[in-house]
Structure formats: C-alpha cells, structure tokens
Design a protein around this ligand. Structure first.
Ligand code: ADP
Ligand code: MG
Length: 587
C-alpha cells in the first residue's frame, strides 16, 4: 500500500491547514471513530465466524449451526451497516460545519479585498471557490476520513486474522502489497495535475456563462450567438476531456490493484490447498483465511484510491486558501475622521497603475475649501475617475498625498474616512431588494421621516407614490425593473440619507437622457447644498454653477478657474465648451 498519511500531512500544508478546521469538533470526531472501529471489527468477525461455524457444522455436525450461522451473519452485517451509516453521518456533520466556517471566512475576506484585487479576479472564479472547491475539499475529506480510518482498521484487523490463522500464508500474501504501491504512486501524481486543470476549467465555464449571461442585450443586438457559442465550446469540451483523462488515470488504479491482488490470492489458495491436503488446515480455517483475504480486497482498493482523493482535496484546498490569503485592504490608519469640515487637498498626487508605463496622475496639486464645488473636466482617459478614487482610498496614491481636513487619508481609519464621503456615479449599484432597503443601505436604522426626506430631495416622491407597493417595491436584480433615471435617483436618495460632508459625483448624469437629466440635476443641486463637492461631468452644461473648474489632460491639470474666467481665457476649457456647443450636446 503506497498510502502514508504522515507523509501527506508533512508534505502538504494545505491538508494540514484544512485539518485545523476540524479541530473544534474533536468530540464528534471521536464518536465517528468509535463507529468506524465498530464497522471495521465487524468484517474480521465475519471471517472468523464463517470459519468457526463451518467447522462446527461439518466436523461436529451441530444442528444449531443451521440456524445460528445465517442469524450471526445477518446480525454482524446489520451492525456493520448501522455503524457505517452513523460514522458517515457524523463525518458529514463535521465537514458541513467546517464548510460553514470556511465560507464565512472566505466571504469576510472577499468583502475586504483591495480594489485592484476585484479587477484581477473574475466573479466566476471567486464564486466557484465558494461552491465547487469548497465542496470538493471537504466532501473529499469525509470520504478520505472514512477510508483512512475505517478501511485501514479493517485491513489491520483482517490482517490480524490472517496472521493468527496461518503466518506462512500471510507472508506470501504480503509480497503483493509493495508491487501495487509503486504502480499507484505513479498514477496519483498524474491525477493531481489533471484535477488542478479540471478545477480551473470549471471556473472558466462559470466565468464565461456569467459574463455572456449578463451581456444578454449586447449579444442579442450584436447577433453574436455563434461567436458566444464558439467561445464557450472549447472550455466546455475541456472539462469533458479532463474528466475522462482523470477517470482513466483513477480507473487504472483499481484494476491494477485487483489484478496484482488476485495473483497473490491465487498463490495463497494454492499453498492453502497444499497445507490442507497435508492435514494442517481444517475446512473452517481455510474458509476463514479465504474470506479474510477476499474481505481485505475492497478496503485495500479504497486505500489505493485515497491518493487521488487527497490530490483533489489538496488542489481544491489550495485554491480556497489562495483566496483566503489574499491580502485585505490596508487599514493601518488610526485617526478617526468625524464631522469633517470637508477640506480636500491633493498634494503632488501621482498614481501609476500596476504594469502601466504611463502615470495615470502626474503630480496633481489642488486645494479644495470646505463647501466648495469643484468640477473636473477633460477628455475620457484623462484621469478624472482615478483622481476621485484616491479620495476614499479605493486606490492608493503612488506618491504625494490626499488630505482631508489636513489628515492624510492613509492615516485615517478606512471606515471613518469613508463615512465622510458619499459617491454618486454613472454605475449605480442596486441590490435585489425593496426601494426602501436600497435607499437605507448602510443606514438600516433610518427613520421613516429621514427616508421620506431623502425621497423628496431625490425627486422620487411622485414615482414612489405611483407604485402599488410604494417604498416596498422590489427593484429586481441590479435594479433592472427601474429605468436608468429612477435608479440614479435611488442612489441620490441614498447619498442624501448618508448626509456626508464630501460628495463625489462621477458622471452621475452621463448615462441619462436630457429629460431625466434635468430632473436629476435638480435633485443633485439640492444634494450639493452645504457640502464639498467633486464633480466629474461630461456635459459641461451640468457644471455651470461650479465654483471652480479643473481641466485635466493625460493625468495633468492644464487649466483651472471659474467657468467665466476659463471661457474668457479661450484655452482648453473654451475649446471643449465650443466643441460641445457646436455638436449640440449642450442642448
Ligand atoms: P477618466 O475618468 O478621465 O476617463 P480614468 O481615470 O478612468 O479616466 O483613466 C485614466 C487612465 O488610467 C486611462 O489611461 C486608463 O486607461 C487608465 N486606467 C484606469 N483604470 C485602470 C486600471 N485599473 N488599470 C490600469 N490602467 C487603468
Ligand atoms: Mg471616468
């Protein structure tokens, strides 16, 4: 037998770490072990009973044996069944509890990953770990534990029976073991590689499906059904290919052991018959020996398959721990930012995205007074969103500093920093919940009065009044039951409720038609009252009330001043303005 638990645990830190999750369930594990000891002893009892009863029946011609033999066999089998069911139940209970803990830890970490990590890992990849990998790791652990404990105990007990019956025969049987072991070791290495590849393939399918599914309208309007099918087909095929390869490899293990074992059995039977003819063996002893050998085969086969089970567990476990070990956002700041005045200062801010040659922000210095409304304009790609993302520390600056009320944002605790900032952007995030729950997201204790006020300020009162269920109307997945403008107003109401001193508006009205834009502009004007506002706007007409306009280009500030100053100056802003006037976007 090639299997060796201590070597697996020693060389496989993943298994060791998974095992730690089982430690809180020591009591249940002991109970499961007791059941497995029960199950294991039943099989050697069967072999012994068969032999004893045979001798009693054949030689001593005892009449009671005719009833006792079947009754004993049935009884022993019943006990075996009960202890097997109970042990598997206990182990499943343990593994499910471990799964709960593991998924909670995963979720906690996923929520706190830094912004760049979200861009680097697809939804499909991450969600697959919660379901597939977690199930493989811990579902596999249950069957591995059963095999490991019950089957190896069974092997030991049956082996004991063999030795006790006839040590010479047992020695012959022993030669078979190591030969099978060498073959199986080679196979298990290959299985591990295939397992890893197939788990990656499954994650790829999940990513592909979710991406294409969410792109349903684009797919329809672009008529790219064939293209999507063609993209899906190879990764789909790959799973089949790998599954078959794995099955072949795993499947080889069983018949190989079977053939090698049967060869051993054949030799042993020959010797046993020879001994019997010499009169050294009774029929009963022969039966006990033979049945013990045959009963040994299934647990030996299970043990032979254990390597590939452990390979799957180890690969899946590694994939889970990789996610669990991804570093969270650094929250090392200690200053608690409260009741901020809203003074925002960019001090020589530089930011280079990982792997990019050009800096997205090049030494930006802007000082924004409390309550000031500053608009950022510039062609797309000029770094406006990047700059906004440095304020709540979604991205860390590479050099320089962003300060709020004089405090470097890196020195503030993340939660206090972000409590002072509300963001309304082009991409509205709504949950599949009621309008009320969406507005009160982050502030579930909000009173009815506060909600009504936010709804009114966001110009949602009429719309909500027109709904039969009012505030309790569900908005559908990602808010899909609402129009773009309605979704945006829900997010504005959310910002009202948050009532933060600093407001970031990143293209809040860009995705809207002029009609909803007008309504939303009124709501936003209301929202902006009494707060420091950083406004990124595509349509210049939406920012004509700004105190100051900052024109950005290629990560640099090229101009800044009041709208009037910049128009009079006739520079970059005036060019943008005239461009929009001419193309009629300003209507
Ligand atoms: P804007 O909001 O003005 O349109 P962005 O701030 O989104 O511009 O982008 C500024 C530059 O940074 C662009 O050249 C863009 O390609 C690049 N960029 C934005 N996000 C990333 C990212 N996650 N990784 C690498 N480069 C990025
Ligand atoms: Mg942008």
């Amino acid at each position: 037998m090639s299997f060796n638990l201590s070597s697996w645990l020693r060389f496989d830190p993943v298994l060791k770490r998974l095992f730690k999750y089982a430690l809180p369930y020591k009591g249940q594990m002991v109970l499961a072990c007791i059941y497995m000891v029960g199950a294991a002893s039943m099989s050697s009892l069967t072999a012994t009973l068969l032999g004893k009863l045979t001798d009693a029946g054949f030689y001593q011609q005892e009449a009671w044996v005719i009833v006792a033999a079947p009754a004993a066999l049935i009884g022993v089998t019943l006990l075996y069944a009960v202890s097997t069911v109970m042990s598997t139940y206990m182990l499943t209970k343990i593994s499910q509890s471990m799964l709960v803990t593991l998924r909670m830890e995963l979720f906690a970490n996923v929520l706190r990953l830094p912004f760049p990590a979200y861009l680097a890992n697809s939804t499909g990849l991450v969600s697959s770990k919660f379901v597939n990998e977690a199930n493989i790791a811990l579902g596999g652990a249950v069957s591995a534990a059963v095999v490991l404990i019950r089957d190896s105990l069974q092997v030991i007990a049956l082996f004991g029976v063999l030795l006790w019956q006839n040590w010479k025969l047992t020695l012959i049987a022993c030669i078979v073991g190591p030969i099978a072991g060498v073959i199986l070791r080679t196979i298990s290495k290959r299985v591990k590689r295939i397992v890893r590849a197939s788990q990656e393939a499954i994650a790829a399918v999940l990513s592909r499906v979710s991406e294409s599914y969410e792109a349903e309208r684009l797919v329809k309007v672009s008529n790219t059904y064939d293209f999507e099918m063609a993209r899906f087909s190879p990764i789909n095929e790959k799973i089949r290919h790998l599954a078959l390869k794995k099955q072949v490899m795993q499947g080889l293990g069983t018949p190989v052991t079977q053939i090698v074992t049967m060869m051993g059995v054949a030799v042993v039977v020959a010797f046993a018959l020879f001994e019997a003819q010499r009169g050294a063996l009774t029929i009963g002893e022969f039966i006990t020996f033979l049945s013990a050998m045959l009963l040994l085969m299934p647990p030996l086969q299970h043990l032979a398959g254990l390597n590939s089970t452990f390979a799957s567990i180890s690969v899946a476990g590694k994939s889970i721990f990789d996610l669990l070990d991804m570093e969270q956002e650094k929250d090392t700041g200690t200053h608690v930012l409260e009741n901020s005045k809203g003074a925002v200062v960019f001090e020589n801010v530089r930011l280079r995205y990982p792997g990019q040659e050009m800096e997205a922000l090049k030494a930006i210095s802007i000082s924004i007074a409390p309550g000031e409304h500053v608009a950022f304009v510039g062609l797309s790609g000029s770094g406006k969103t990047t700059l906004m993302n440095t304020v709540p520390r979604f991205w860390e600056v590479t050099d320089g500093a962003v300060r709020i009320d004089g405090y470097d944002v890196r020195d503030c605790t993340l939660s206090s920093l972000r409590s002072q900032i509300a963001i309304v952007s082009q991409n509205v995030t709504l949950f599949d919940a009621t309008i009320r729950e969406n507005i009160a997201y982050g502030k579930p204790e909000a009173s009815d009065e506060e909600i009504t006020k936010a709804v009114r300020a966001a110009a949602l009162t009429d719309f909500i009044a027109s709904l039969p269920e009012g505030l309790n109307t569900r908005v559908g997945e990602a808010g899909n039951l609402l129009s773009g403008g309605q979704k945006q107003r829900v997010s504005i109401a959310r910002a009202f409720l948050k009532n933060a001193p600093i407001l970031i508006l990143d293209e809040a009205t860009s995705a809207l038609d002029s009609e909803s834009e007008h309504q939303i502009k009124l709501a936003i004007d209301e929202l902006m009252q009494g707060r420091t506002c950083l406004i990124v706007a595509h349509r210049l007409s939406t920012i004509d009330n700004a105190d100051r306009i900052v024109v950005m280009s290629k990560g640099e500030v090229v101009e800044s001043g009041t709208p009037k100053e910049l128009l009079d100056k006739g520079g970059a802003y005036a060019d943008l303005y005239n461009l929009q006037m001419r193309s009629g976007q300003n209507a």
